[in-house]
Design a protein around this ligand. Structure first.
Ligand SMILES: Cc1cc2nc3c(=O)[nH]c(=O)nc-3n(C[C@H](O)[C@H](O)[C@H](O)COP(=O)(O)OP(=O)(O)OC[C@H]3O[C@@H](n4cnc5c(N)ncnc54)[C@H](O)[C@@H]3O)c2cc1C
Length: 446
């Protein structure tokens, strides 16, 4: 009998701030007693909710159940920066350049955006949570400026538009004098990520998808033609299972020693009052990714997205046990305060409202795990830090595989090799964290 047992379930540090700034959700519905479904989706982030939506399209009338260990939007879905990027954005490279066929990846990312856009229209999700505003790649130093110039040339060779902004234009956009230039690209969708995934969940519920929150899956086993999925208070029997738990794939013993379990950190200001907004200047919505992947991401949101706030994201640490340390968050908090003050001298010393850590997962060779694990069991995991788009894609793809459907998405991901094996512990953790700290130092003011 095949059996998969979860060696651990998610552990969060700090609030999922994007969720905290929205109105409270209704009480959670947990899985209790015995239930049955045709399809069970484990994990309700971008991948899991996209898988469930794709199932409603491919198997109308099928009984679909989604299970999550926590509340909707309390995991990485409510802890990220909300950039749903269409262009190559390889975090492990020096300059975001893709390792494979950039045009193919852009086409796929735009399919993810189109899928999200359709869901927003069909489920009546607030358009402020899915804003096709584009983003800027910011440069603070001459070297970074050269970097974005070369990135602009690469985009031109792909026939992709971009616009160079000078220091003055960057100041008018952000209110910050920190950047000497920036490269605007129009294709990124800026999400209020918690609002978007909550909207997906609400739409799915209206379409009769059962969503069980606070129902951590402790294990599942094959029993005859079905899978029996266990949670602390109930069991679900399902014909097919889709795992969309990102790095927690490894907790079920799949892709063991092949996934880099990373925590990133972010902070959010309080809702800024009129006087502070005047001192800040700039536009009410913008997003700036750093020209160096290990630099600092900044974002400004407005009232329609949960308040007039600035979000700062920087620092990364590898924790193979998937539990971030309080000391990791304390260090990141110090660094983020400094980064914020460097960018917004006019607001220096401002108290932040929220600090948090969020879990993501990368593979050394930048591949995902989107395939049939064994008959009736599918995975849409390992988003390589780009889960808003790639999670959407791997969720769609896993649902298509479960329905025996082939598409450009299934063909792309099933053709990828397996994630490369990582060095053994403790060398993995010590080595990776030394490299991350060095890259962070090298990113300098970016
Ligand atoms: C600070 C930060 C900034 C980021 N910025 C961006 C960005 O701007 N753009 C971008 O594209 N990506 C960004 N990311 C990455 C992005 O958040 C992730 O790639 C994305 O959330 C992955 O989506 P997912 O659905 O695969 O996994 P997740 O969102 O992690 O969802 C997996 C779900 O599985 C559930 N789960 C796990 N184990 C179990 C179990 N045993 N039983 C039941 N449920 C379980 C979890 O509770 C979770 O809800 C960022 C991440 C962080 C931390």
């Amino acid at each position: 009998m095949t059996r998969y047992t979860a060696s651990r379930t998610p552990h969060h540090l700090g609030p999922a701030a994007w969720n905290a700034i929205l109105p409270a959700q209704d009480a959670a519905e947990r899985l209790e007693g015995n239930a049955t479904a045709d399809f069970a989706v484990i994990g309700a982030g971008f991948a899991g909710l996209s898988a469930a939506r794709r199932l409603t399209q491919l198997a109308p009338g099928a009984r679909i159940a989604v299970l999550d260990a926590g509340r909707i939007a309390e995991g990485a879905a409510g802890r990220n920066s909300g950039f749903m990027i269409d262009l190559p954005h390889e975090l492990t490279s020096e300059d975001y350049a893709g390792t494979g066929d950039d045009r193919a990846m852009i086409a796929l990312n735009r399919m993810a955006q189109a899928f999200g856009r359709e869901a927003v229209a069909q489920y009546g999700i607030d358009p402020a949570f899915f804003d096709p505003a584009g983003k800027v790649n910011g440069a603070a130093s001459a070297a970074a400026h050269a970097h974005i110039e070369s990135y602009a040339r690469h985009l031109a060779s792909l026939d992709e538009p971009s616009e160079m902004l000078d220091a003055q234009a960057m100041r008018e956009l952000t209110g910050s004098a920190h950047y000497r230039s920036g490269l605007y690209t129009p294709g990124t969708v800026m999400l209020q990520p918690a609002g978007y995934v909550r909207g997906l969940a609400a739409g799915l519920r209206r379409d009769d998808v059962a969503i069980f929150e606070e129902s951590p899956v402790t294990g599942f086993a094959r029993e005859g033609a079905a899978w029996r999925i266990e949670t602390p208070q109930g069991d679900l029997s399902a014909g097919k299972v889709i795992l969309t738990v990102n790095g927690h794939l490894e907790s079920f013993g799949i892709a063991r020693d092949r996934l880099m379990q990373i925590f990133l950190f972010a902070t959010m200001t309080p809702d800024l009052d009129a006087d502070t907004l005047k001192r800040l200047g700039g536009q009410s919505r913008w997003g700036v990714t750093p020209s160096d992947p290990m630099g600092t991401t900044m974002r400004r949101i407005d009232r329609g997205q949960g308040g007039n706030r600035i979000v700062t994201r920087t620092c990364a640490v590898l924790r193979p046990g998937m539990v971030p340390r309080q000391s990791d968050l304390a260090r990141a908090a110090r660094v983020m305060r400094r980064k914020f003050d460097q960018r917004f001298a006019q607001l220096a010393g401002m108290e932040m409202a929220h600090f948090w850590a969020g879990h993501l997962c990368l593979s050394l060779n930048g591949v995902s795990v989107m395939r049939e694990i064994e008959p009736g069991l599918y995975a849409g995991c390992v988003q390589n830090g780009l889960g808003t788009a790639r999670g959407t894609l791997t969720g769609i793809g896993a649902a298509e595989l479960a329905c025996g459907q082939a598409s450009a998405i299934t063909r792309h991901f099933t053709a990828e090799p397996a994630p490369k094996r990582l060095p053994p512990q403790p060398f993995r953790e010590i080595g990776a964290n030394a490299v991350l700290r060095w890259k962070e130092w090298r990113a300098g003011a970016e």
